[in-house]
Design a protein around this ligand. Sequence first.
Ligand code: PGA
Length: 251
Amino acid sequence: MRKPFIAGNWKMNNTRAAARELVAALKPLVADVKDVEIAVAPTFTCLQDVSELIKGSNIELSAQNISYAASGAYTGEISADMLKDVGCTHAIIGHSERRQYFGETDEGVAKRVRAALDNGIIPIVCVGESLAERESGKTFDVVLRQIVNGLSSVKNDEAARVVVAYEPVWAIGTGKTATPDQAQEVHAAIRAKLAEIFGADNAEAMRIQYGGSVKASNAKELLGQKDIDGALVGGASLKAADFAEIIKAAR
Ligand code: PGA
C-alpha cells in the first residue's frame, strides 16, 4: 500500500514571521494524522525557521528546488548539503513555474534528481502539459517524455523513493482542476511508463501526486482515484485550516 503524501508548495510567499505563524497553526491541526505523509515547502529563507518549529512533529520539510552541483561557482543556487543542513528531507524539482520562467529543462531535472538521491533527499519531480499541448492532443507525449527524460538518472533500486507530481499547467493557480477522471487517466499512463522503466514492483511503490488547484472541496474525489497517491498543493496550502482539510481528505 502506498502511503498518501500531501505536500504544500508555498512558492514565493511568506516572510519568516508569516511562515512561522502558518506552520504553528498547521501543527496542532494535523498532529493526530499518522496515515498520511505531510510536508511543507517554504522559500529558502524560511527553511530554518520552519525546520525548528516542526522538529518532533509529523510534518517534513521540502525545498522548492535543489542545485545539481555540490558546491562552488553557482550563483543563486542552493546545494543538497545546505538543504540537509537546515533539515530538508525533500526537494521539489522541475516545477512548471521553474520550467516556464527559469528555463528548467528535462536534462536539468535529471541532474537535480541525481543530486537529491545522492544526498538522501527525496525528489518530488513535477511533470505536466500546458493548455495548448492538451488541446492539441499532446498530453501523453509531453508528460511521458518528461518522465522518461527527467527520471533518466534514477537507478532501479532508487525508484521507489522518488515521488512524481502530475500538475497540468492549465490547472495551476487557475481554479481549474482536472476532473478526477482526467487526472486518473494521466496518472495511470505515468504508472505504466514507470513500470516499463523501473519494473512493475517499483512502479507500484512509487507515489504520484496530483497538483493544480487542489482544495478542500475537490481533494477527496481526486485522492479517491486509484493512481492518485497524494497532492502537491499551492494556494490552498497557505491557509492552515484548508491545508489540514486536504490532508485529512487523504486518509
Ligand atoms: P495550486 O498550485 O494548488 O495553487 O494550483 C499547485 C502547484 O503549483 O504546485
